[in-house]
Design a protein around this ligand. Structure first.
Ligand code: FAD
Ligand code: EGO
Length: 492
């Protein structure tokens, strides 16, 4: 039996032990002899290991890569991410929130919008002090792996690539350093990312729904170094956005006072930029103020030594097989235009933990309920992310972007209890994603209703004034006067 960290955990395992004798279903993971295999030791797999460790089961994590804690350079995906309320809540339950937020995270209190002419404007997120955090992917992953490893019932197997699996028996075949390694588990948690091998196996089962979409945009990460005096080159406590319609660029701050800049563009546009001159020309036109921050030489060097990466959105269901469950990107990869992929994956871990408690680890109940509860929310956030991708491309300049966000925050300050921007509901609450969409649709109806009511009131007013001839005359005089003034201002 593994260590028991809290009263809550020991209660669960004790109940499990008591039940172990008289409940026959072998999918009840009552004792410490039961084995959970986590495929993938990325963000969601590592957090899941922390969660499962506390239940006293044997946890085996199989990760394709080597141990990132021993690596000098970690190849792969985005360097930093925006961590918001859902992700924080999930870290908090395993005692990691402070380590990540206080020791490492950089608060971002709003977006700083960069116009083409270099002017900048801030629009705060939600209420004063509300913020999201920029965190390093590597720091986060290493912190969770190290926490998981403090439990003697957790075993990390690096350089293990899942090749084959049988999701009915729990049998797995890995490739490790050129050798084939076999393993068995009572439960396989597929946390192996957007190109999941566990999901590929699930797809072979009948009645499995699957859809994937590659968007025309790819992304490339660039870097803004610290200034000569070692400071942040831009105001650090904001998420910087350069909205340019088809070309979007954002920057998030890092602990070492650098910025990770992410450029989103259609692959076709990336492909058109083939020489340093073309690149500088493109930046002068769209991101002039970023050139001195990155540095011309560094911009050229980084752009041409990098290549754009694709962005994929994946929806599927169900998430479970008799002995397996897919979580995180494996179940719901999304385009990154809401900053929620990791947050949603972390919230997955919270839900699984809740259901394991609710059903005393009876997997025959937990797994179907997990699919039933999570699927509508996962698909909702995939949709929201895709919707933002479409909407942000339509906001061709920073003015349009500012207007949209300013209207939302204006309504929020005047009606703090009845008007919550969708971005706030997604980022600062744990309102279920599909309910956040429903709430927004209700709000839109109210606003539309409000506009219509106002129009009706105006029409009624006009009709009333029309009846009272004298008032009508004075009213038309005022209108005429205003019209003359407006025309004279326009020089007509
Ligand atoms: P991954 O992090 O991909 O981990 C999967 C792991 O499984 C990897 O370690 C991999 O090596 C391993 N693996 C794969 N195949 C196998 C195999 N066959 N056998 C064994 N191991 C295997 N989310 C946010 O919340 N906020 C953001 O600001 C944000 N920004 C993003 C920006 C970009 C450009 C992108 C692309 C994504 C962003 N995301 C963001 C989303 C976030 O990166 C993902 O949602 C998150 O990484 C998902 O975690 P995961 O553990 O499910 O998958
Ligand atoms: C009108 C204006 C409608 C990720 C703006 C919708 C996303 C969308 C990629 C930001 C913030 C964390 C992000 C806002 C919108 C991260 C995010 C947003 C990007 C791009 C991102 C916002 C990493 C969309 N949050 N967000 O409201 O500030 O609004 F710009 Cl390209």
């Amino acid at each position: 039996m593994g260590p028991q960290k809290s009263a809550e955990v020991s209660r669960i395992t004790e109940e499990g032990d008591m039940m172990g004798g008289d409940v026959s279903g072998d999918l009840i993971m009552a004792s410490g002899e039961k084995k959970v295999a986590i495929v993938g030791g990325g963000l969601v797999g590592a957090l899941n290991a922390c969660y499962l460790a506390r239940r006293g089961v044997q946890v085996h994590v199989y990760e394709y890569r080597g141990d990132i804690r021993q690596m000098e350079h970690v190849p792969g995906r985005s360097i930093n991410l925006a961590l918001s309320h859902r992700g924080r809540s999930a870290l908090a339950r395993v005692g990691l929130e402070d380590l990540v937020i206080q020791q490492h995270g950089i608060p971002m209190y709003g977006r700083m919008i960069h116009a083409t002419d270099g002017r900048k404007k801030v629009i705060p997120y939600g209420k004063a002090g509300q913020c999201i955090y920029s965190v390093g992917r590597r720091y986060l992953n290493e912190t969770m792996l190290s926490e998981a490893e403090t439990h003697p019932n957790v075993h990390l197997h690096f350089n293990h690539k899942l090749l084959h699996s049988d999701l009915k028996t729990g049998h797995m075949v890995f490739e490790s350093n050129g050798r084939e390694v076999q393993a068995d588990a009572d439960l396989i948690l597929g946390c192996d990312g957007a190109y999941s091998a566990v999901r590929r196996q699930m797809m072979k089962a009948p009645r499995f729904n699957y859809s994937q979409t590659y968007i025309p945009h790819g992304y490339m990460e660039l870097c803004i170094p610290p200034t000569a005096t070692g400071q942040f080159a831009m105001e650090p406590n904001y998420l910087h956005i350069w909205p340019r319609g088809e070309f979007m660029m954002i920057a998030l701050p890092n602990q070492d006072r650098t910025w990770t800049v992410t450029l989103f563009m259609p692959f076709a546009v990336f492909d058109r930029i083939t020489t340093p001159d073309e690149l500088l020309e493109f930046f002068r036109e769209n991101y002039r103020d970023a050139i001195p921050l990155i540095g011309e030489e560094k911009l050229i060097k980084d752009f041409f030594s990098n290549r754009a990466s694709p962005l994929v959105s994946v929806k599927c269901s169900p998430y479970h097989s008799p002995k397996a469950l897919i979580m995180g990107d494996a179940a719901h990869a999304m385009v990154p235009f809401y900053g929620q992929g990791m947050n949603a994956g972390f919230e997955d871990c919270l839900l699984l933990d809740d259901l394991l408690t609710k059903h005393d680890m009876d997997l025959e109940r937990v797994l179907p309920e997990y699919t039933e509860v999570r699927n509508p929310d996962a698909e909702a956030i995939c949709d929201l992310a895709m919707y933002n991708y479409v909407e942000m491309r339509h906001l061709v300049n920073s003015r349009a972007f500012l207007m949209r966000k300013a209207l939302d925050s204006f309504l929020h300050t005047f009606f703090p209890n009845s008007w919550t921007p969708l971005y706030s509901m997604v980022s600062f609450t744990r309102v279920r994603y599909h309910q956040a969409i429903a709430h927004k649709e209700r709000q839109d109806k109210i606003v539309f209703g409000g506009v219509m009511t106002l129009a009706a009131a105006l029409a009624a007013g006009v009709a009333y004034l029309a009846q009272r001839g004298d008032l009508w005359r004075s009213a038309t005089e005022v209108v005429n006067e205003q019209a003359r003034l407006a025309l004279s201002r326009l020089g007509l």
